[in-house]
Design a protein around this ligand. Structure first.
Ligand code: PLP
Length: 390
């Protein structure tokens, strides 16, 4: 395999990992096959024994999936990658591959709701406990670490308030205590943030979001050092969390345009955030690209762009927030994000609806808060559509 790190990011996004078949196809081939034929019984035996490298069965070997894995690894600057059926399968594979009963996890309290359920309810049944701490408070992370802590887990920027975790400081803290740091890089993608270069041990992805970028397929991935990915792969291969080759093929096309899409999402989101901040009925705009953001200096150090996610609080609470959403004609009301189409979410009654009003208040999710995952429509049309309900 070529050393892709000698090439710039955009080049890796378009070229890394491609292996052509005997047909000489230019675009990556889609190998939609569940199994493979052996030349002889002896070859089958050698493949199973591992003395010959080659395809066996698409739960753990597929050329299209492999190309996606090699390309994403090259883009994140990691040694290895394994693709999974969803973002949750990626996070689950990390936990099953690297943790055991009795271990302890420290996680940011501002993580994807389903990840929170995985840690607090599912892993707890297997005697793996988790402490949740404030994303941006390094001292709280330190205080939560115990002798049996094995993993620190975060997302940055957080959703929907775009708080920032200090990847470098948390990597140092993790390593000082013999722990691993895993970063869910879903919102920035490697186009805007590369956690491994900042010291993280693992990056996890929901490819469902910006890596696809057009709302078509579910998928996920884990990227990191060979020695760690080997243990994660062992679980995936056995548990069957595998990515469909069709989805891998769709994501390969998504990766080719990732950089220019993330730049366009960021441009639109910054313009929208600046505009929202001028409206009298908007009491607060949360966007890590605004100089008024509490951790703006850290954002500039850690990210090369600000991303497409923002949220804003309107006067009038839930009735006014719902009115703005219901009066749009173009923008989509959905819980999803990372799409060419702009999506609107009311966190207090959907993604954060499980929390009590007190918990929501403590985490800053007001009843008048609207999350916007800013898409690639023209910014003037996004503004005009939002303005209808004000
Ligand atoms: C959506 C999401 C996930 C879960 O990904 P799926 O592909 O839906 O399983 C994990 N983390 C973050 C930050 C997400 O937004």
């Amino acid at each position: 395999m070529q050393d892709w790190q000698q090439y710039e990011f955009e080049t890796r996004a378009v070229r890394a990992g491609q292996q052509r078949s005997a047909e000489g196809e230019h675009s990556e081939a889609l190998f939609l096959t569940s199994s493979y034929v052996f030349d002889s019984a002896a070859q089958a035996a050698a493949r199973f024994a591992g003395t010959q490298v080659g395809n066996i069965y698409s739960r753990f070997t597929n050329p299209t999936v492999r190309t996606f894995e090699q390309r994403l690894a090259a883009m994140e600057g990691g040694e290895a990658c394994i693709a999974t059926a969803s973002g949750m399968a990626a996070i689950c594979s990390v936990c099953m591959g690297l943790l055991k009963a009795g271990d302890h996890v420290v996680a940011s309290q501002s993580i994807f709701g389903t990840t929170l359920v995985l840690f607090s309810q599912i892993l707890a049944r297997f005697n793996i406990s988790t402490s949740f701490v404030a994303l941006d408070d390094v001292n709280a992370w330190q205080a939560a670490i115990r002798p049996e802590t094995k993993l620190l887990f975060l997302e940055t920027p957080s959703n929907p308030l775009t708080q920032i975790g200090d990847i470098q400081a948390l990597a140092q803290l993790a390593h000082d205590h013999g722990c691993l740091l895993a970063v869910d890089n879903c919102f920035c993608t490697p186009a805007l943030q590369q956690p491994l270069a900042l010291g993280a041990d693992l990056v996890v992805h929901s490819a469902t979001k910006y890596l696809d970028g057009q709302g078509r397929c579910l998928g996920g991935a884990v990227v990191g050092r060979n020695e760690l990915i080997k243990d994660v792969y062992a679980v995936l291969r056995t548990a069957g969390f595998s990515l469909s080759p069709f989805n891998a093929w769709v994501f390969l096309k998504g990766l080719e345009t990732l950089k220019i899409r993330m730049e366009a999402h960021s441009r639109n989101a910054l313009a929208l955030a600046q505009w929202l901040a001028t409206l009298a009925d908007v009491t607060q705009v949360h966007y890590c690209g605004l100089p008024s953001h509490a951790q703006y200096e850290r954002v500039l150090r850690q990210q090369t762009g600000f991303g497409g996610l923002l949220s804003f609080e309107v006067k009038g609470g839930q009735p006014q927030a719902w009115s703005i959403m219901d009066n749009t004609r173009l923008l989509s009301i959905t819980a999803n994000l990372g799409d060419a189409k702009t999506t609107l979410t009311h966190p207090a009654t959907t993604t954060h609806g499980r929390l009590t009003p007190e918990q929501r208040a403590a985490t800053g999710i007001g009843d008048g808060l609207i999350r916007v995952a800013v898409g690639l429509e023209n910014i003037k049309d996004i503004q005009a559509d939002l303005l209808r309900g004000f």
